[in-house]
Ligand binder design. Structure first.
Ligand SMILES: NS(=O)(=O)c1c(F)c(F)c(S(=O)(=O)CCO)c(N[C@H](c2ccccc2)[C@@H](O)c2ccccc2)c1F
Ligand SMILES: [Zn+2]
Length: 261
């Protein structure tokens, strides 16, 4: 029906261009990052994350990913610096992951993918009056990407994985207050940055991507809990486990990836 899209054979990334022609645009995401081809740009400032007065509201399963939403009515939770000319307000974060034993990140590094990728979506509230307007502007959004690799248990991820059973079905939502995503950051904030797009429909080419070089470690057990989520709703007969919800890398075209120091 209509603009239905997903990650399956019948509705997956290779078919999105039918309803979203920008899928074949010139600045699509994700991409394969080749570190030694990234230009070291000494003018790039460090990124600054002010997430201290965190304002998480709820956690939900929207049939594509698990999403934690934030109150973005003021500049309490912002990202600034780096390649950004303004502070961008945190709106939501979500994850992409693979199937058991498979990898599920969206960005790859020299063809290698990680087990999962966390995206923190921010919008330019200085230049645009609301998220929707920012979402279609070339400098409207900034998404911070963090790679997850399997290894030791992540000491704070359990706060999220413990809530997943409450949002098993598509369309479920539950309160999720006071979560500060700063606890999900790796120790280094070194990053790659490039101009790209949303990686799901509507695929707007409005994102400044900031991808942290250092992954965080999560256990296979913690990652397995994400796969307990369903793409399908409680009322549906079919139960399809939520996994492999990632778009493969897209052509770099004439874009340059820059590297912080
Ligand atoms: N990888 S990505 O960062 O491009 C990405 C996703 F991969 C992604 F799965 C989502 S999603 O919200 O989980 C479901 C698809 O909309 C969003 N959600 C977006 C969003 C909706 C509401 C509030 C903030 C972010 C996306 O749905 C969107 C952005 C802009 C305009 C319309 C929709 C998203 F931005
Ligand atoms: Zn994403």
């Amino acid at each position: 029906t209509g603009n239905h899209w997903g990650y399956g054979k019948e509705d997956g990334p290779s078919l999105w261009h039918r309803n979203y022609p920008v899928a074949q645009g010139s600045r699509q995401s994700p991409i394969d990052i080749i570190p030694h081809q990234a230009a070291h740009d000494h003018s790039l400032d460090p990124i600054i994350l002010n997430y201290d007065h965190c304002t998480s509201i709820n956690i939900s399963n929207n049939g594509h990913s698990v999403v934690v939403e934030f109150d973005d009515s003021d500049d309490r939770s912002v990202i600034r610096g780096g390649p950004l000319d303004n502070p961008y307000r945190l709106k939501q974060f979500h994850f992409h992951w693979g199937g058991k034993g498979c990898h599920g990140s969206e960005h790859t590094v020299e063809g290698l993918s990680y087990a999962s990728e966390l995206h923190l979506v921010h919008w330019n509230a200085v230049k645009y009056k609301n998220f929707g307007e920012a979402a279609t502007a070339p400098d409207g959004l900034a998404v911070l990407g963090i790679f997850l690799e399997t290894g030791d248990d992540h000491r704070w991820l359990h706060v999220i994985t413990d809530a997943l059973y409450m949002v098993k079905y598509k369309g479920s939502l539950t309160p999720f207050k006071g979560f500060n995503p700063k606890c999900l950051l790796p120790s280094s904030l070194h990053y790659w940055t490039y101009l790209g797009s949303l990686t799901t429909p509507p695929l707007h080419e409005s994102v400044t991507w900031i991808i942290l070089k250092e992954p965080i470690s999560v256990s296979e057990k913690q990652l397995g809990k994400f796969r307990m989520l369903l793409f399908t709703g409680e009322e549906e007969v079919q139960r399809i486990h939520m996994e492999n919800n990632f778009r493969p890398p897209q052509p770099l075209n004439d874009r340059k990836v820059r590297s912080s120091n």
